[in-house]
Design a protein around this ligand. Structure first.
Ligand SMILES: Cc1ncc(COP(=O)(O)O)c(C=O)c1O
Length: 512
């Protein structure tokens, strides 16, 4: 086991570190005469709009601010530290060059109210990104507007609505079919768009059960939402038959493109028969998923659905780029201005760097790594590979710790916690729900074989220890900044204090 100790600072909240009068900036002194001649901005603000109470911001010096955040960062784990095999999240290395590019003032100082004629450069980038994503997905038109995968799904579900409304069928087409292996956002998005969700089970091979699908389809079917490869990391072999069943019934096919890392440059959703697709740029294209701030979930469609796309679409008339907002059938706006520009620019830069061959290589290595992990863990005591253990995985593999739990009392959650003690991030656990004691591992393409081996060895060592001395595992994690949290309390609104004000209120209401 690699020696690992995470920093454990007794770091107060930044408000608690505050010393009145301390400042983190120093400006050159201004001569009194110059000061007198300067405009007085406060005086131009009407009295009724001026703040009456002070802001109560923490007051610290520059080094204190830096120390505070560096200490917090040392008590955390990040994708730049090592493997982050969180299944269905594609936590891969995001080259810092892309961050540098978006920080360029030519991007960062753009104002959303600038006239199209002033921002031809960024419009060209967005236009080309739309074209490239269209080519990558096999779709005819892309809108870059949605800010996340789930947001793209919601926009897609609204497009399904708009399409059936146009054909006067919305009153009957009330159902969206979703496989039981789907990501939770799929049924949530369909329900938010006003549809009823019909779940179809997976068969023994972990694929959509065609018989069950046929029985679920009817004149009420508005569409199907599917991710391929699915969340078990398996490619839906029958995708063409699935597409035919749905299309013959008058429904549309929605592709959840969050798992595109597995298929980049190899297979295109448009060629598989999908009508609508969203992508998680903040997974596959150089922005980390989750915790990294807002993302971008562009949505693409086949020609016939193009009029419904969210506006604006960036267009080109042969001489200039402009925002096309004259689209009477559009589902409307789903984001302010042009979308989440920094994420879009990073994706553009990433695609340029990788090129056609590089993107293909991403998919090949991501798949190779997932299969290397699956084969290395196949015969390890305590773990099993549910659903078609002899079938190649795509970007991720789901293993089950059910035998380990049965034989030692150590659960998938305990294995995940024990990995933290070994300086590794845990895989996603207990998802997908169709696997008992699931550990969902997505290694991505960006980690070395040594790093994958470190992870595999850690899982083997945890299993051995579980059989020898399960109590040791149940105590994990012990070497991290915080020990095991109470899962329910840690996420309960009654116990969480998400702001300084809330925190103070909690303190005041605590019995002394
Ligand atoms: C398969 C799948 N679909 C959709 C989503 C939703 O994406 P987002 O978190 O950007 O809303 C995720 C996110 O993890 C996912 O894994």
């Amino acid at each position: 086991m690699t020696e690992f100790r995470q920093a454990r600072w007794k770091e107060p909240l930044i408000f608690e570190r505050s010393t009145p009068g301390t400042i983190a900036y120093s400006l050159p002194t201004v001569e009194r005469e110059v000061q007198a001649a300067l405009p007085k901005p406060m005086e131009s603000i009407p009295k009724s709009l001026r703040r009456r109470t002070p802001l109560e911001l923490p007051e610290l010096s520059e080094p204190e601010v830096l120390q505070h955040f560096v200490r917090l960062s040392q008590m955390n784990y990040c994708v730049d530290l090592g493997l982050y095999p969180l299944g269905s999240c594609t936590m891969k290395y995001n080259p810092p060059i892309n961050e540098r590019i978006v920080q360029n003032p030519n991007f960062s100082l753009l104002h959303p109210h600038q006239d199209d004629s002033d921002i031809q450069g960024i419009l060209q980038i967005l236009y080309e990104l739309q074209q490239w994503l269209g080519e990558i997905t096999g779709m005819n038109q892309i809108s870059l507007q949605p800010a996340a995968g789930a947001h793209g799904e919601f926009a897609g579900a609204l497009i399904i609505r708009a399409y059936h409304a146009e054909h006067d069928e919305l009153a009957t087409r009330r159902e969206i079919i979703i496989p039981d292996s789907a990501h939770g956002t799929n049924p949530a998005s369909a329900a938010m768009a006003g549809f009823d969700v019909v779940v179809v089970p997976s068969n023994k091979e972990g694929q959509v059960d065609l018989q069950a699908l046929k029985s679920a389809v009817s004149e009420r079917t508005a569409g199907l939402m599917l991710t391929n490869p699915n969340t078990l990391g398996l490619f839906e072999q029958n995708i063409e038959s699935i597409a035919k069943i749905i299309h013959d019934a008058g429904g549309l096919l929605y592709y959840d493109g969050a798992n595109l890392n597995a298929t980049l440059g190899r297979v295109r959703p448009g060629d598989m028969g999908f009508d609508i697709v969203h992508l998680n740029l903040h997974k596959t294209f150089a922005t980390p998923h989750g915790g990294g701030g807002p993302g971008a979930g562009p949505i693409g469609v086949k020609e016939s659905l193009s009029p419904f796309l969210p506006i604006p679409i960036v267009s080109y008339d042969g001489t200039r780029y402009y925002l096309d907002e004259e689209r009477p059938k559009t589902i409307g706006r789903v984001h302010g201005f042009l979308g989440n520009i920094p994420v879009l620019v990073k994706a553009y830069a990433y695609i340029l760097q990788m090129g056609r061959r590089g993107l293909k290589a991403v998919a090949e290595h991501a798949v190779l790594n997932a299969n290397y992990i699956m084969n290395s863990l196949k015969n390890v005591k305590g773990y099993s590979i549910p659903f078609a253990p002899d079938t190649w995985r795509m970007h991720e593999v789901v293993i089950s710790a059910k035998p380990l739990l049965r034989e030692t009392g150590v659960s998938a959650r305990d294995v995940a916690k024990a990995l933290l003690d070994r300086g590794l991030h845990a895989p996603t656990f207990y998802f997908p729900a169709i696997v008992d004691q699931a550990l969902m591992i997505e290694p991505t393409e960006t980690f070395s074989k040594d790093e994958l081996d470190r992870f595999i060895e850690a899982l083997k060592e945890i299993s051995n220890l579980a059989y020898d001395n399960p109590a040791m595992i149940l105590k994990s994690p012990q070497h991290t900044a915080t020990s095991r949290l109470h899962e329910a309390k840690a996420a309960h609104p009654r116990t969480m204090a998400l702001s300084w004000r809330m925190y103070q209120k909690r303190l005041r209401s605590k019995p002394s």
